[in-house]
Design a protein around this ligand. Structure first.
Ligand SMILES: [Mn+2]
Length: 417
């Protein structure tokens, strides 16, 4: 069999609105709104640069069922570019862009195969020789509860058999359980390569046969940090596949931290924050980040002042205003502690020590935690309006509240001395 190569991408989410960020900075909002389009352009460029034989897109091409026309045209134009370069494309749709959503009547090049709601198998040729088969099926609607993998049958044995599908493998992916299936059944189904979409973090679930999620092409929130892209797959004469990750994202999300240990002034903290942020961009990519301020140090007290967090954020945004690539600090989180060791302080035998001891005991006993939920939060739970908007608290949440209360008592009681 002739060697060949393809790129496997998924979850492009072209046209993601990035709601919530636009309020704060029009420039950042614009960068983000362009990012899913730019990442797709990078995908097309990668296909052409690596001279692959075909492209696989495993669903969630668009972000919403109401796919914007501009997103659809942009996608079509990219695939047209591939068609002009002799590269075929195979596309299935997932829960974000099911077939019953808005589908505009636009013309597709012959080299593009859009799989419908019935399973199909297409043979791929390289220089007149059949090398691979692609079997695929699209989501007819958003909430697909049935197992779509079962509907796909591999092509002829002598070809490299690919299953193209948007689905949720196993139960603990942290994603919606659409088109559920089990890893075992995919492994025993006779396919050489399952080109999957849905899970946004790239994962190779299995190697022989391959069961692969390439992840999304562009991170869209702080939950989707680090490099995002696609897999370049080269298949040799023996039908052995080799994988290479190709990053495509243009804006990268990061979570990082700064310790206040040994930082004596707010100026020095400002400088440290800028240094840390400026170290984030990788290969010229724009950055959106959150910075957590941690550790024990003399600045703790000043940082506890009301509004300190917002002021810090404002200053670092100003300091990074002209950075190129763009660095946008989305949030600063204060997780630092006072210089006093609370455990030792609880042994000093005064009122504060008593309060701290009581808080520690409460945090350690199930009955104590229940008491906080029942007594202290009772009014809140009884308020019908508040109740609607509140999620129930677990033990970790209550301990966090207790920790905050301890720090507040420390501030107030130490000051009085
Ligand atoms: Mn998705």
């Amino acid at each position: 069999m002739k060697p060949f190569s393809f790129i496997h991408a998924a979850d492009l989410h072209i046209g993601s609105p990035f709601k919530g960020i636009s309020v704060e900075s029009a420039e950042v909002a614009e960068q983000l709104q362009k990012s899913t389009f730019s990442a797709f352009d990078a995908l097309i460029k990668a296909c052409i640069d690596h001279q692959v034989n075909f492209l696989l897109v495993a669903g969630d091409v668009y972000d919403g069922a109401d796919r914007s026309l501009s997103a659809q045209l942009h996608f079509r134009d990219g695939l047209k570019q591939l068609a002009d370069a002799g590269i075929r494309s195979f596309v299935v749709h997932g829960n974000h862009d099911p077939l019953d959503g808005r589908v505009s009547t636009i013309e597709w090049p012959q080299e593009v195969h859009n799989f419908g709601k019935a399973a199909e198998t297409v043979t791929v040729e390289v220089d007149g020789e059949s090398v691979a088969s692609v079997s695929g099926i699209s989501f007819p609607k958003k909430n697909v509860e049935i197992n779509l993998a079962k509907k796909l049958k591999p092509g002829p044995d002598h070809l490299f058999q690919i299953g193209l599908l948007h689905c949720n493998v196993g139960n603990d992916t942290g994603h919606d359980p659409y088109a559920p299936c089990e890893l075992g059944e995919l492994q025993s189904s006779g396919f050489n390569y399952w080109a999957l979409g849905h899970v946004h973090t790239r994962t190779k679930l299995s190697e022989n046969p391959w069961v692969v999620y390439p992840g999304n092409s562009q991170g869209r929130s702080i939950r989707e940090q680090g490099a995002r892209g696609c897999y370049l797959v080269r298949v040799d004469r023996q039908c052995t596949a080799e994988m290479e990750f190709v990053p495509l994202d243009v804006v990268r999300w990061h979570q990082t931290s700064v310790s206040i240990l040994d930082i004596e002034s707010l100026d020095a903290l400002d400088r440290r924050l800028v240094e840390v942020a400026e170290a984030l961009p990788e290969a010229g990519r724009d950055v959106v980040c959150r910075i957590s301020i941690e550790g024990r140090g003399p600045l703790y007290k000043e940082l506890r002042n009301e509004g300190a967090e917002a002021e810090l954020l404002q200053r670092i945004r100003q300091n990074l205003e002209s950075s190129d690539p763009l660095i946008w600090v989305q949030r600063i989180e204060l997780n630092c502690l006072p210089q006093v060791d609370l455990q030792q302080r609880a042994e000093q035998g005064d009122l504060l020590a008593e309060v701290l001891t009581l808080a520690n005991e409460t945090a350690e006993s199930p009955a104590g935690l229940q008491r906080i939920e029942a007594d202290a939060l009772d009014d809140l739970w009884k308020n019908p309006r508040a109740k609607k908007g509140l999620a129930p608290l677990d033990d970790a949440d209550i301990r966090k509240i207790l920790d905050q209360a301890k720090l507040l008592c420390l501030d107030l009681l130490e000051e009085e001395e």
